[in-house]
Design a protein around this ligand. Structure first.
Ligand code: PMP
Length: 427
């Protein structure tokens, strides 16, 4: 273990990893919701590469399909049977009007393509995103970020503007839901209207803010943003890179609010269960006749290659055949009850909420909403590791992403470890 870590640290660019470094473990293998390190220690995986493994690690059917495609042909962007079948299956799960799909390799790349598409489709240039929102680390995607990760990386491409998100626990307007009447949406509108920027091409939003701590907005929020987009003449882009593929308890988060009906959806992460794959799905008529529809305008070396397509097809089939989005919804309801008991029992657990199996817990100074210092959460992270649980904890917000296929006893085991750690903190 020490040798592997020392070897890697000698060669790699510092900044390549963060929380996973703190864990100081070397992963050997993984099955469904369990991971083993090279010392043979076993963990419950509440991290899953930031919610990438919705079907569980090393699913036998996934392995078989991907291995078969790898042996047949892995590269190139010719027409392939596997990609056409993937497009057909994905389309069958989406509203009819979202009829155009194009694949890329990473979430950031797909976000940037979605922005280009919106600009091409509307002839407008500005993009509105949200405080606390995160859309990736390439220059264009990071330019949309409404938080600290931008530091030292600019200047960014011009034309982006951030507005408040419905983060009700820490309401940016100091109001309380539902009495606020979703004032944040009105403020967003005023801010767009008063901005010195030009016309808005798109509003891009995460249905649940992932990197900000798995922040679940109130029901009806996406619907309100849909109306806002219509009022300002912009497209609504939903970044479902984390929320997609069942994570929030429906195949896509916007399906909880059908009237939210986006113009463009960005997909990634769990789409191909670890084989890099992402996609932009858009309303059929948006791209026709625009520069974005020109040959090669959206093509890339790896996007939609046979390997990625096979991995995406296998993933989607497994999600559907095994009813994993519904399972996430069911298990999420039991997690929500457990989280409610945590806020009762532990005075330092502030906001604790989930959408399906997208779970966020904030640690605060008891009796306040002040975040607990980073080293306390890091201590919790280390303590959880010792208890055999991998979770995400950078600052005062803990993020939990179990596979949607997690056996209930493993989910319970992981949550019980949290309870032991929290109890030890209480003393
Ligand atoms: N959008 C969202 C909502 C994300 O959470 C992320 C990654 N955390 C991205 C986009 C960027 O994806 P990638 O890291 O694959 O570029």
């Amino acid at each position: 273990t020490e040798h592997t870590i020392a070897l890697e640290k000698r060669h790699r660019l510092p900044g390549g990893q963060t929380m996973t470094d703190l864990a100081g473990l070397v992963v050997d293998r993984a099955r469904n919701a369990e991971v083993w390190d090279t010392d043979g220690k076993r963990y419950i995986d509440f991290f899953t590469g930031v919610g990438v493994c919705n079907i569980g690690h090393s699913h036998p059917r996934f392995l078989a399909d991907v291995q078969e495609q790898l042996a047949a042909c892995a590269v190139g962007t010719f027409f392939t049977d596997v990609r056409s079948r993937y497009y057909e299956l994905l389309s069958s799960q989406l509203p009819e009007r979202l009829g155009r799909i194009h694949m890329f390799s990473t979430g950031s790349e797909a976000v940037e393509a979605a922005v280009k598409l919106a600009r091409a489709a509307t002839g407008r240039h500005e993009v509105v995103s949200f405080w606390g929102g995160f859309h990736g680390k390439t220059q264009g995607a990071l330019g949309l970020h409404g938080g600290p990760r931008k530091r030292h990386s600019g200047p960014f491409p011009p034309g982006s503007h951030q507005v408040p998100y419905a983060y009700c626990y820490r309401c940016p307007l100091q109001l309380a839901h539902p009495a606020c009447g979703q004032r944040c949406v009105e403020v967003a509108e005023e801010s767009i209207e008063n901005s010195t920027l030009g016309d808005v091409a798109a509003i891009i939003v995460e249905p649940v803010q992932g990197t900000n701590g798995n922040i679940v907005p109130p029901a009806g929020y996406l619907r309100a943003l849909r109306r806002l987009a219509d009022r300002v003449g912009a497209l609504l882009i939903l970044d479902e890179v984390i929320t997609g593929f069942g994570r929030t308890g429906s195949l896509f988060a916007f399906q909880h609010e059908p009237e939210a009906s986006p113009d463009v959806v960005v997909l990634g992460k769990a789409m191909a269960s670890g084989v890099p794959a992402s996609a932009v799905v858009s309303r059929s008529e948006l791209v026709e006749g625009t520069p974005f529809a020109a040959p090669s305008a959206a093509a890339s070396t790896f996007g939609g290659n046979p390997l990625a397509s096979a991995a995406a097809l296998a993933t989607l089939r497994i999600l559907l055949d095994e009813g994993l989005p519904e399972r996430a919804d069911r298990l999420g309801a039991s997690v929500a009850r457990r989280l409610a008991s945590w806020t009762e029992e532990f005075p330092f657990v502030g906001n604790a909420a989930c959408a399906g199996l997208m779970i966020g817990v904030e640690l605060v100074e008891p009796g306040t909403r002040h975040p607990l210092p980073k080293d306390v959460t890091r201590g919790v992270f280390q303590h959880l590791l010792a208890e055999g649980v991998l979770a995400m904890a950078y600052d005062s917000r803990i993020r939990i992403y179990p596979p949607l296929s997690i056996p209930p006893e493993h989910l319970d085991e992981g949550l019980a470890a949290f309870e032991r750690v929290f109890r030890s903190l209480s003393h």
